[in-house]
Design a protein around this ligand. Structure first.
Ligand code: GAR
Length: 195
């Protein structure tokens, strides 16, 4: 089966949804969880599951992204990964890292791309007066939050919604969308999925 590396920076709820789905007849297995942050909740949870973890702190590298990314590449080498899933990984990866993985690296983003690339997506959807919102899984290319869309899930924006209420409802959809999309992708299906 396909070997998957999952990159997290925070709580790791999407990583957890992916790991919990990768069982039985699933065409992939979690090989390693990598974080730039030793205190990421996702790292602690992965360890309780007996999944290998790697922590590469970005801070000692300062602005030297190439050296940070070289350290990630070195740390991943023993795992011989087939697929990388970015799951709330909050460091921008340069083209130097992304290019060798192009077509094999997925990201989940909390907006209906191509709308609202970057940060503060929920507040931006509200400020724009949008009536719907959601999340997107896409293939990673060197351009931020760009690249072919593999899946999207939508929610309605209701009166009284705040960035916090939207984030919570979108996150529920992320936990459905990312595992469903990875399952299809690992089996060779890149036809966009709509939930
Ligand atoms: C998720 O909402 C994910 O879409 C978002 O961060 C959250 C991580 O939550 N990602 C980005 O904003 C990427 N720029 P999690 O750690 O609980 O999965």
């Amino acid at each position: 089966s396909k070997r998957v590396g999952i990159f997290v920076s925070g709580g790791g709820s999407n990583m957890r949804a992916l790991v919990e789905d990768m069982q039985g007849d699933h065409p992939a297995r979690p090989s390693v969880v990598l974080s730039n942050n030793e205190r990421a909740g996702g790292i602690a949870w992965a360890r309780t599951q007996g999944i290998a973890t790697e922590v590469i702190d970005h801070r000692p590298y300062g602005a030297d992204r190439a050296s940070f990314e070289a350290a990630i590449t070195d740390a991943l080498a023993p795992y011989d990964l087939d697929i990388i899933c970015l799951a709330g990984f909050m460091r921008v990866l340069t083209g130097g890292f992304v290019a060798p993985w192009q077509g094999r690296m997925l990201n989940i983003h909390p907006s209906l791309l191509p709308k609202y690339k970057g940060l503060n997506t929920h507040a931006r959807a509200l400020d724009a007066g949008d009536t719907e919102h959601g999340c997107t899984v896409h293939l990673v290319t060197p351009a931020l939050d760009d690249g072919p869309i593999l899946g999207q899930a939508r929610i309605a924006i209701e009166p009284g919604d705040t960035p916090q209420t939207l984030a919570a409802r979108v996150l529920v959809q992320e936990h459905r969308l990312y595992p469903a999309t990875l399952r299809r992708f690992a089996a060779g299906n890149t036809t966009p999925l709509t939930l």
